[in-house]
Design a protein around this ligand. Sequence first.
Ligand SMILES: Nc1nc2c(c(=O)[nH]1)N[C@H]1C(S)=C(S)[C@@H](COP(=O)(O)O)O[C@H]1N2
Ligand SMILES: [Mo]
Length: 196
Amino acid sequence: MNDLTELYREYGDDRLPPGQRETSRFPVLSKSGTPSWDRESWRFEVWGAVDDPLDLSWEEFTALPTETQVQDFHCVTGWSKFDCEFTGVPFSTLAEEAGVDDDAVHVMFHAMDDYTTNLPLDDCLREGVLFVVEYDGEPLPPEHGGPLRVVTPHKYAYKGAKWVSGVEFLTAPERGYWEKRGYSNTANPWEEERYA
Ligand SMILES: Nc1nc2c(c(=O)[nH]1)N[C@H]1C(S)=C(S)[C@@H](COP(=O)(O)O)O[C@H]1N2
Ligand SMILES: [Mo]
C-alpha cells in the first residue's frame, strides 16, 4: 500500500487546503447522472500523439498491473475526504504501453457521459494519477465513476474523469468540459484555483 497523504507538503503547510472542510462522507457530483455500461462492449482507447494507439476490452484493461494507494480527495465545491483507498493502473503505465510521442505536452480525458477534462502531461505522470478500479477494496461504485475513473490528488477532483473511456495525447493544450465553463484550468487546491 502506497501512502500519498503527505503530498500536500509540496504545496503548503496544511493537509486541508484553504477554504475546504473535511467530510467523512463521499458525496457524488455528476453533471448528468450515471451512465450505464456492460462488460462485453466496454472499450478503453488511447489515441493522438502516441506510437501505439490502444483499444482495450475490460478483460485486457484489468490484466494491467495495479497498485493500491491511500490519498486525499478535494472537491472544488468545498469538501475534502482524507484517506481514500484507491486501487488502479498508474497513468504512467498506460503512457508506456502506448509509447507517448516526444511532442506530446497535454492530455484530454474522455468519459462515457461526454465529460472531458484536461491536464498537462507532466501532471498526469505523477505517482498519484491512477485509473481506479477499486475503492476501499471493492469495485468502484457506479455513481463514483465505476467501472473506471481517474483520480488526481494534487488537483481538485474535477480533473479526474469518472466513467473514463479514453485518453487523448495532444501536442498543444485544449480545455475540457468545466475548464471551458469557468472552472480553473490549473485547479491547485492549495492555491484555491477554483474558478478562472
Ligand atoms: N465523467 C465525469 N467525470 C466527473 C464529473 C462528471 O460529471 N462526469 N464530475 C467531476 C466533478 S465536478 C467532481 S467534484 C468529481 C466528483 O467525484 P465523486 O462523484 O466520486 O465525488 O468527479 C469529476 N469527474
Ligand atoms: Mo466538482
